[in-house]
Design a protein around this ligand. Structure first.
Ligand SMILES: Nc1nc2c(ncn2[C@@H]2O[C@H](COP(=O)(O)OP(=O)(O)OP(=O)(O)O)[C@@H](O)[C@H]2O)c(=O)[nH]1
Ligand SMILES: [Mg+2]
Ligand SMILES: [Zn+2]
Length: 347
């Protein structure tokens, strides 16, 4: 409770008789008792609750266990976030776009973040022990790549797949800017993606320019909460604008010399399309680091390794004899994928 609220509280209380005041504080005590704060959350003070009752920010019959109102976080800044339309202080909470946050309407502070279904995060490049949340509670992560400006490098898809696997969400791949290719080039680019098609990853080719593939993307994401991730300039915001009518996210040019985008989107944001579909647009990520993983942990994220038998149970699949993974190279295990595995381990 800040000074201003305290002054409002004392002036409102001074208008009341003793009995009314006592009743108010008794009511506040029973609300607080019913709310039983979660571990790590400071219980609300009686004054705060009385303030809420007096300013009618809190319904008198507040349901038991309710710590305040809740809403979906649609934007997160350095010190505040938007819960729906309301800007609320983070109040020391780690909040991601897509989170369900409880907040106090009287002082506009986040009081609690609901347990997450999924959490997509990456290590902080400055401090690898710290995870930076990208998006929470998403069902589907759409990796957006472009075939030209910027060109397609498939290896980073493997890293995204590991990160997505760890998040608990499903993955899909969207290959944008097909209008920039000749039919021969198109075949070449899609050939590069066969290892991912083999893994069962949904792959949709599209172009904002010609409209190709956009209906397929709409079908893919319909009814789910999804997030568009990928390098800067691949067309994430353009896609959002084109699959969701009435949304106008800023899109940017790609620099000629480097074929890289200019980081037009700087903050993640959630857009509710109203039909159960929600899209989170994210800023382009230059490189997606991975938290250090043991060979065993890393293998779990290569589904094609599952069921292959190695002589040693702790086989790293690098130099051991009678290694099922190395024996399957070129058969059930794609050499490109094995190469990624090897590189990630050796980092
Ligand atoms: N030729 C062509 N250009 C496209 C297509 N999709 C997007 N672009 C262009 O690519 C540029 C970058 O698009 P954005 O939507 O801003 O890319 P972004 O992925 O959101 O980039 P960041 O916000 O920086 O991460 C813009 O100039 C778009 O007009 C496409 O299908 N074909
Ligand atoms: Mg963008
Ligand atoms: Zn092995």
């Amino acid at each position: 409770m800040d000074r201003k609220q305290y002054r409002i509280l004392t002036s409102k209380l001074s208008e009341l008789g003793n009995t009314e005041r006592r009743k108010l504080y008794q009511q506040a005590a029973s609300i607080r008792k019913a709310a039983s704060p979660l571990p790590g959350v400071k219980p609300e003070s009686l004054h705060d609750i009385v303030f809420g009752l007096l300013t009618q920010e809190r319904a008198a019959e507040s349901p038991a266990g309710d710590l305040g109102e809740t809403g979906t976080v649609v934007w997160v800044g350095p010190k505040t976030c938007h819960v729906g339309e309301l800007e609320c202080g983070l109040n020391g909470n780690r909040v991601a776009v897509g989170d369900v946050a409880s907040f106090d309407r009287a002082d506009l502070l986040v009081t609690n973040v609901s347990p997450r279904k999924t959490l997509l995060s990456r290590p902080d490049p400055g401090n690898p022990n710290l995870e930076l949340p990208i998006a929470a509670n998403v069902d589907l992560v759409v990796i957006v790549v472009s075939v030209k400006s910027p060109p397609l490098h498939v290896r980073f898809i493997d890293r995204y797949l590991i990160t997505i696997d760890r998040s608990g969400a499903n993955a899909a791949l969207c290959v944008n800017k097909l209008d920039l290719l000749t039919p021969e080039e198109r075949t070449q680019e899609f050939n590069k993606l066969t290892p991912y098609a083999d893994l069962g990853l949904p792959i949709i080719g599209c172009s904002i320019e010609t409209g190709e593939g956009l209906d397929e993307i709409k079908n893919l994401i319909s009814g789910s909460t999804c997030v568009f991730v990928g390098h800067s300039g691949v067309g994430k915001s353009s896609l959002l604008n084109n699959v969701a009518s009435g949304i106008a996210e800023r899109t940017g040019e790609v620099s000629r010399g480097y074929g890289r985008g200019r980081h037009t989107t700087t903050w993640s944001s959630l857009h509710d399309l109203g039909d159960g579909t929600r899209i989170i647009d994210t800023p382009g990520i230059r490189s997606l680091g991975l938290k250090p993983l043991s060979p065993e942990e890393l293998s779990w994220h290569f589904p094609e390794f599952a069921g292959l038998k190695c002589k040693f149970s702790n086989c790293t699949h690098l130099h051991e004899p009678e290694c099922g993974v190395k024996d399957a190279l070129g058969v059930n295990v794609r050499p490109e994928r094995y190469e990624t595995y090897r590189r990630i381990l050796q980092e």
